[in-house]
Write a protein that binds this ligand. Structure first.
Ligand SMILES: [Fe+2]
Ligand SMILES: [Fe+2]
Length: 391
């Protein structure tokens, strides 16, 4: 990998590091093969240098596009607008956060707080991309900054929930329901934050525990008949042992069936899907207690609490689809049967579903941390491999 001046870039060169825009969205992912338009974009963005791969050796494999990134850029703008509209909503600013729930229950003065059709469109986009591109594995790390954390969280939970639901063989209709509910599961938080003087005050514990109810009421207001979405958002913090909130419901640790009527269950099985993906995302993004967890650490915590908090069958399926070393992630090789690779660092470019602990990587650094000629290494060919994910 080398640092190249943008004014000397040529079409065909390959980006060595992902580039982000001011909202921390990936603008061009690592592995992008530059064309004229991309080089023009880099000039307009006033980059001076970018990292590019040496490609003469011809063995570079372009990582496939991360589904999370393409969906994020397509939808984050309209989401940002929706949040901005909430912040400047005059009717909302007249209410104490404590009174918003009552107001919504009675449907008196607060109307059309969410641009619901926009979220329906986004849910449709996510489902369409997952199905059309036949994505089966979740190979993504959260890309967050403070300003866009809520949007990114909603999108990531939606993408992961759809992948998980698909892996559990749920029908397409239910996948759409899950996508929409996952996008809106924390809508109650958005409204409460907007109502507390543009988020300058910390929300009290009691108010936070009301946010699933508020999310449910927001959906009910827009679509009174969407019982499944309402139930999922209302129950996304419930746990099987009754320790969750807002209702403290208890549920059974049974395999999912395809029954569509939420009223048949104490805790609706589709709620458990979003509850678990929400928790996974909170772990890997540091949203839960501030500590960043690797995918491996996050999965270990969910497995530990499965059967107690979480549905065992759903967690087991999540373990199958979440990749321990997501594409684009930086890794160090701690142990390897080939001594030549010991201690080297690089970037993951492909995952092997059969051997998730042995991805294909491009080595960029030697064991002393010095830059080397990028080298593609298929770790699945090595007998012993132990990697460390660099967060
Ligand atoms: Fe939540
Ligand atoms: Fe959440």
């Amino acid at each position: 990998m080398q640092l190249a001046r943008v004014d000397s870039l040529k079409p065909g060169q390959v980006l060595g590091r992902s580039l982000y825009n001011e909202r921390r969205e990936i603008e061009l992912p690592v592995g992008s093969r530059l064309d004229r338009d991309m080089i023009d974009l880099l000039n307009r963005r006033r980059y001076t240098y970018v990292y590019v791969w040496e490609t003469e050796n011809g063995d570079f494999v372009t990582p496939q596009d991360l589904i999370g990134d393409s969906i994020r850029s397509a939808n984050s703008k309209s989401f940002a607008q929706a949040l901005e509209d909430l912040r400047s909503n005059e009717a909302l600013s007249k209410f104490d956060p404590e009174n918003i729930i009552n107001e919504l229950k009675q449907s008196m003065n607060l109307h059309n707080l969410l641009p619901y059709t926009r979220f329906e469109q986004a849910a449709g986009d996510i489902l369409e991309q997952v199905l059309r591109r036949d994505v089966r594995l979740y190979s993504s790390l959260p890309v967050r900054n403070k300003a866009t954390a809520d949007i990114d969280h909603a999108l990531d939970v939606a993408v992961l929930s759809v992948l998980l639901g698909r892996s559990l063989n749920l029908p397409e209709e239910q996948l759409k329901t899950i996508a929409l509910a996952a996008l809106l599961h924390d809508a109650g938080i958005w409204v409460l934050t907007a109502a507390t003087q543009n988020g300058s005050e910390e929300l009290s514990r009691d108010l936070i525990e009301e946010h699933p109810t508020l999310s449910m009421l927001l959906i009910r207001q827009a679509r009174p008949d969407n019982r499944a979405e309402q139930t999922i958002v209302h129950q996304h913090h419930e746990c099987l042992d009754g320790s969750g909130f807002p209702e403290g419901l208890s549920g059974d640790d049974t395999p999912l069936d395809h029954e569509a009527d939420p009223a048949r269950y104490a805790i609706y099985p589709l709620s458990m899907i979003v509850a678990i993906t929400n928790k996974y995302d909170a772990f890997v993004s540091g949203r839960s207690g501030g500590k960043l967890h690797t995918p491996e650490q996050a999965l270990a915590k969910l497995v530990k609490d499965s059967g107690v908090h979480w549905n065992t069958h759903v967690v087991r399926e999540l373990v199958k689809i979440v990749q321990l070393y997501p594409m684009g992630a930086h890794i160090n090789i701690k142990k390897c049967s080939n001594p030549q690779f010991m201690g080297c660092g690089g970037i993951v470019i492909a995952n092997s579903p059969l051997d998730p602990k042995k991805p294909t990587v491009i080595l960029t650094h030697d064991h002393r941390g010095g830059a080397i000629q990028p080298k593609r290494v298929v770790l699945a060919r090595e007998e012993v491999v132990e990697l460390e994910l660099v967060l």
